[in-house]
Each structure stands twice: as C-alpha cells, then as structure tokens.
Write a protein that binds this ligand. Structure first.
Ligand SMILES: *[C@@H]1O[C@H](CO)[C@@H](O)[C@H](O)[C@H]1NC(C)=O
Length: 203
C-alpha cells in the first residue's frame, strides 16, 4: 500500500515537472496577467510584460508565431490540408477532424474541447484524438463498471422474478399432473397421482 502511494506521488512530481505541463502553467499565469492589464488603473501603473510564446518569439509584447502556429501564445497548430495559405495565414481546407478559421480547432466527435481547443476530453467509452474510437478494452471496462454499479440492485430485482418463475413452474407441473390424470381416468386407467408425477418429471 505504501509503495503504491509513493509511486503515485512520484508520478505526480514527474507530471508537474514535464515541460508540456510547465508551458501550460506559464500560459495560465500570463493569461491572468493579461486580465489584470485590462483594468484601467493597472494599465497606467504597470509596464507591459512580454508574453510567453510557445512556438514563436515575443516582439513588443505580442507573440510572433512560427510557421503554421497561431494563438496569443502560438500554442495552436494549424491543420491545413495542403501547402496553400491565404495572405492572412488561413488555409482553404482543413485536415479531417479540424476546423476554425486557421484549422486550429480540433473536432471532438464524442467529447469536449479542452486546452485552448487543441485537445479532446472524451466521453466514456470513446477514445482517440477525436474521441471517435471505441476500443474493446474500454467498452468492457465501461460496461463492467456499469454492471458493478447495478449489481446489488440487479440482484434484488432478480429475487421476486425467480420466485415468480419457480411458482409458475410448480403450478404448471401440478396442472399437468391433474390434466394427464383426468385424461387417463377417462380412458379407465387408474394411476396414482404420485406415480404420474414421477413419470412426468422424467419426461
Ligand atoms: C483570410 O482570407 C480568406 C481569403 O481572402 C478569407 O476567405 C478568410 O475568411 C480570411 N480569414 C480570416 C480569419 O480573416
């Protein structure tokens, strides 16, 4: 148990120190600064801070993005279908699964956009970059969890059903014995009900 906790902490530390995570944090920081600057009294007293440009460099407080990157922090990649670009940097057609003026927005079939519209957060049990895939493993685990949740309830609802079924079966057998008995009586054959029951059970 302790090993598991240690391992989880370890993973957590690694995740926080990964460069990807760091740049996201920086973007978040910068964005909160931007919000401050929008307030008039801050604009006068503070000097403009250079923004963080993930795929580009800051010039006069604005990010100048590398080729095919866009966004206030050049954090969004364009996903154009061809090499063709308009003068404003947009492209005539986007790759499948992307949309937006600069093909910078990802399309999530069964999920929501996150992380500046560049990634999908999939609804279960969908997976894949565009949440358009169904993995057998994921489906199994999804339904297993559902069954696990329904388990106790399902069992309770099964009890009256079983009783009903067993009752029906029992009375049906009784009726069958009676019916066959009457039929045999009509033909002048005398058989004990118990014997008949035993005979019918073996059918
Ligand atoms: C860029 O230019 C093209 C062609 O002139 C135009 O259709 C498109 O709407 C423009 N996109 C943006 C984001 O301004």
């Amino acid at each position: 148990m302790r090993t598991l906790i240690l391992f989880t902490c370890f993973i957590h530390v690694i995740a926080q120190n990964s460069p990807d995570e760091r740049s996201k944090n920086e973007i978040a920081n910068i964005e909160s600064h931007h919000h401050h600057h929008r307030k008039p009294h801050h604009q006068k007293t503070h000097r403009k801070k250079q923004p963080v440009c993930v795929n580009g460099k800051a010039v006069d407080g604005i990010c100048q993005c590398e080729l095919d990157f866009i966004g206030d922090h050049c954090e969004k990649k364009k996903h154009c279908e061809s090499f063709r670009r308009f003068r404003n940097g947009s492209c005539p057609d986007c790759l499948k699964g992307f949309t937006g003026d600069f093909c910078e927005k990802i399309i999530c079939d069964h999920g929501e956009r996150k992380n500046h519209d560049t990634e999908c957060l999939c609804h279960e049990p969908f997976s894949g970059i565009h949440c358009d895939q169904l993995e057998t493993k994921k489906i199994y685990s999804y339904y297993n969890r559902k069954v696990f949740l329904l388990g106790p309830l399902g069992a309770i609802s099964l009890i009256p059903m079983c009783l009903l079924y067993m009752g029906c079966e029992y009375f049906a057998k009784k009726r069958q014995v009676k019916r066959v008995g009457l039929m045999m009586e009509g033909q002048n054959i005398n058989v004990k009900n118990q014997t008949l029951e035993r005979l019918l059970k073996n059918l």
